[in-house]
Design a protein around this ligand. Structure first.
Ligand code: NDP
Length: 246
């Protein structure tokens, strides 16, 4: 059964990683999907083509989520193409891991601009432009529950996303929109694996009850459930998706 057959979904940062897996899964459930990307046009086009080859419907739209004007233009272009947006998945994010003493002003600003302002920008557009009865799924991280050195700034951005979610859920509930956060544990994408020795990956894998790290598809299934009307009564929650890591 195509559970999302009538839905239009905007997934930020869907050119690769978890966002691309989310886009594929939502399309497989029948949703029309807007693949947002910042710089990776080729990867975004590949995601669109692969969805279309599997019988799905998708378009790619470029916008740096940290830029309010680009986000507004993306919402308008998506609505012009598909007539509406039902579901917003705020997946785009970056991670810079450094001890606080080594974190530069630029490291700090970049992470807050993309992870926090990016989520804020899309939610502000969604406040008036998302269809009644829609859903919003924001992305935090299990790192907000596990205090690991070098993650302070990243965790601060994700903590802010969790709080934005809790308040926004109360602001848009009257329109039938539910808003939740998903907090993945270590997941097999470039963001997590780049520059990490295998022994560190294995050690983090051992912290899950299943002795493995997550795959993007593990997270995509949870996002798909939250995008479904059956999950409507879940709102303002932070769902850990980490195999019992924390
Ligand atoms: P990746 O680095 O694999 O992919 C990041 C995606 O975000 C890319 O599609 C990238 O597009 C996009 N992106 C980056 N900056 C911007 C921007 N300014 N505007 C629009 N899009 C942008 O990351 P993951 O898939 O691993 O992470 C996805 C989300 O999950 C993030 O929010 C991350 O914090 C969170 N997360 C990930 C975990 C993990 O272990 N992987 C664990 C916990 C949370 P482009 O290439 O075009 O720039």
């Amino acid at each position: 059964m195509n559970t999302l057959a009538s839905k239009v979904v905007l997934v930020t940062g869907a050119s690769r990683g978890i966002g691309a897996a989310v886009a594929h899964k939502l399309a497989a459930e029948g949703a029309k999907v807007i693949i947002n990307y910042a710089g990776g046009k080729e990867a975004a086009d590949q995601t669109v083509n692969s969805i279309k080859q599997q019988g799905g419907d998708a378009i790619a739209l470029q916008a740096d989520v940290s830029k309010a004007d680009e986000v507004a233009a993306m919402f308008d272009a998506a609505i012009a193409h598909y007539s509406k947006i039902d579901v917003l998945v705020n997946n785009a994010g970056i991670m810079i891991t450094k001890l606080i003493k080594d974190t530069t002003d630029e490291d700090f600003t970049r992470q807050f601009e993309i992870n926090v302002r990016g989520t804020f920008n899309t939610m502000r557009e969604a406040a008036t432009k998302l269809a009644n009865g829609g859903s919003i799924i924001n992305f935090s991280s299990t790192t907000t529950r596990v205090m690991m050195p070098t993650y302070a700034t990243y965790v601060a951005t994700k903590g802010a996303v969790e709080q934005l979610t809790r308040v926004f859920a109360k602001e848009v509930g009257a329109r039938g929109i539910n808003v939740n956060t998903v907090s993945p544990g270590p997941t097999n994408t470039e963001l997590f694996t780049k520059g990490k020795p295998q022994e560190i990956i294995d050690r983090l894998a051992s912290l899950s009850a299943f002795n493995r790290i997550g795959e993007p598809e593990d997270i995509a299934k949870i996002v798909t459930f939250l995008a479904n009307d059956d999950a409507k009564w879940i709102s303002a929650q932070n769902i850990g998706a980490n195999g019992a890591m924390a």
